[in-house]
Design a protein around this ligand. Structure first.
Ligand code: GDP
Ligand code: IMO
Ligand code: MG
Length: 370
């Protein structure tokens, strides 16, 4: 049985959480393969927003088991707080298992993250969650595994212990029983520690290959790869952003899209859809199909840009298509979208080179065009 992967194709916050929540209906296990509580994956169900940092976004599907893989770094305090939040909503968190091979983010990592940011000539704009220092400790072979943490006498160790499993045995047992597994990425391809816009990246492997190392499965176990891309681009933190709009159109996207960070509340930088970055992600991740999110945010723009090429000195080539005035949150079929919106989607599909199989037109669970 193979593992399908859902990951971000841009700089994070593409809407992975809500896309995973939708696909999770068809999977027995939803597994996070990387990152930590730098992630913020929002689900909106019946008007209520649930922001998840560590728990996989399949948690609102009552049948699904959830798994936090060895590729992740886990802040036990955040995770236990998230469990309390979910339990208060009546969500069963006993279904959440954590790999013994994940590493622990400690208060000293959080302090080091903040200190290193202050010491840099140009700050990266990290989420300040200690992610970089925790991964650095792992690579330096001085980190603390979840297994070791649970053997310690920290009060949180006791509460985490019932959730900790031999991650390799856990996942392969299920695969051998024919259970379908969905791997959930955090951050996005352009934030990958190797293939992103280094050094303005996170410290983990966010690309499809990260699902193999982060879950302990071979490359032949990977089935489909679904790339999540926003209908425009955003970036929170510093670093290259070729399609960035420093004008009223960028402001419009930020306001209409509520582009403020889930974790830090920072305003997100906004820009046009970047087809160069999308093609890059299709290559690096082996994307089979795209879930295009937040198309509704573009309603009301006179024209919509798409960056099609990078030139010298940071210049970009941008083509423009007509916008549309109609609100589209009520659309459920492609034929219910205005012609200009359909043309825009078709243009992105052609430039990216892979089919768009799902479009979201609002944050609510059912606001999807299929
Ligand atoms: P993730 O990190 O990739 O899971 O994305 P985030 O949850 O950080 O950011 C996506 C934000 O956009 C969340 O606030 C979602 O509720 C919201 N969102 C997701 N899809 C749509 C959509 O189709 N339309 C609108 N307007 N908002 C959306
Ligand atoms: P989700 O999973 C958007 C960004 C930070 C910073 C850089 C490094 O919600 O898409 P870190 O704290 O990881 O050392 O910060 O990466 N970043 C994200 N941006 N979405 C995320 O996660 C992010 N996780 C990290 O803003 O630029
Ligand atoms: Mg997010």
């Amino acid at each position: 049985m193979s593992i399908d992967v859902i990951l971000g194709m841009q700089w994070g916050d593409e809407g992975k959480g809500r896309v995973v929540d939708f696909y999770a209906r068809e999977y027995g296990v939803v597994a996070r393969f990387g990152g930590g509580d730098n992630a913020g994956h929002s689900l909106v169900v019946a008007g209520r927003t649930i922001a998840l940092r560590l728990t996989p976004s399949g948690v609102l599907q009552p049948h699904a088991e959830l798994f936090i893989g060895g590729g992740c770094v886990v802040n036990p305090w955040t995770l236990l707080e998230e469990f309390r939040m979910l339990a208060a909503l009546g969500v069963d968190v006993e279904r959440v298992s954590v790999s013994d091979r994940a590493h622990v983010v400690l208060p000293q990592h959080v302090d080091a993250d903040k200190r290193r940011e202050a010491d840099r000539e140009q700050a990266l704009g990290t989420t300040g969650r200690g992610i970089g220092p925790a991964y650095a400790d792992r690579a330096s072979r001085v980190g603390l595994t979840v297994r070791e943490f649970c053997e310690s006498d920290a009060p949180e160790a006791q509460r985490l212990r019932p959730h900790v499993v031999d991650g390799v045995a856990y996942l392969h047992d299920r695969l051998e029983r024919g259970v379908r597994v969905l791997a959930e990425g955090a951050q996005g391809t352009m934030l990958d520690v190797v293939y992103g816009t280094y050094p303005f990246v996170t410290s983990s492997s966010t690309i499809a290959g990260g699902a193999c190392t982060g879950l302990g499965v071979g490359p032949k176990s990977i089935g489909r790869v679904i790339g999540v891309a926003k209908a425009y681009c955003t970036r929170v933190g510093s670093g290259p952003f070729p399609s960035e709009l420093d004008n009223r159109e960028g402001e419009y996207l930020r306001e209409q899209g509520h582009e403020f960070g889930t974790v830090t509340g920072r305003p997100r930088r906004c820009g046009w859809f970047d087809a160069v970055a999308a093609r890059y992600a299709v290559r690096v991740d082996g994307v089979d199909a795209i879930a295009l999110t937040k198309l509704d945010v573009l309603s009301g723009l006179e024209r919509i840009g798409i960056v099609t090429a990078y030139g010298a000195d940071g210049a970009v080539e941008t083509e423009y298509v007509d916008g549309w005035r109609e609100q589209i949150r009520g659309a459920r079929r492609i034929t219910e979208l205005p012609q200009a919106a359909r043309s825009y989607v078709e243009r992105i599909q052609r430039l990216a080179g892979v089919p768009i199989e799902l479009i979201s037109v609002g944050p609510e669970r059912e606001e999807l065009v299929r």
